[in-house]
Design a protein. Sequence first.
Length: 284
Amino acid sequence: MIFCAATASEVELSEANVDFPALSGPAPDLSEQVKRTNDKYSLPTYAPSQTYSPFGLACEVDFTAAKSDAAMVMLSLRAPCQINTALTVQFQGLMFSGTTSNIGTYSVLVPAITPKSEFRLTLAGTEPVVASVNVPQAGQYTRVAVQWAGNAELQIHAFEFGHLGRKKHVWNGAPQSLAQATQARGGYIVRLGNSAFPNPFHLEIYNFPSAKVDKSGLVRLHLKARVTKENCGQAQAAQILQNAPDKAASVMDISLTMPACDHIGDYLLFKNLLKDLKISSNQW
């Protein structure tokens, strides 16, 4: 159905025949309302040291940590006056880079290495802020981490049980999910870091629910390093961290000698830098 609007010349105007009720009784006294609206207006006062974002939000930094599934921690940052700003996160000897959004927010899921986890976040040009959280389930997971600086690419490759070619292959290209870990069906990969700023920090972590699986076997761990224009013909520095349920983490500094620059794009495979995981059945 189509409706057409009539023009003013097409509308016939006539006097309305509506009877409105007559006002009865004295007019209401509005003196009090008038007095209130005539009060002098005073501008609100603010602390002279307080600054505000273009959206009128106070320039304060709020950083929190909350436990999540699979012994993960959700880190959340609100910094309205630090938009598109580089940041670093440090925890239990590990570090990675990030960037706030165009409204000054940042959030990321991070594995808890220890049950009592403390996270230190530093925005460029500011003092660090700290958040902590208790994650009792962290003691049920084995974490294997590799971290490095710059725009190189290192990868953890985990082969879970069985023989090469027939076992589940977990890596950044097939990272699996948190659901697998919570259901004790295997591990998963978390990759953290941002290359938007010079010399960023990267971190990759393989997470396995060692204390929850119901079968025994071996998880073989390999490390791959990609030859790039940033590291070709040079030594690529990195650091490896490995822990196990209820055991202290071990940390190892490594230096990988990379091939000449005519091998850019190739990968080096290191089979003995990461310790394989010996898994014993745990019936819960």
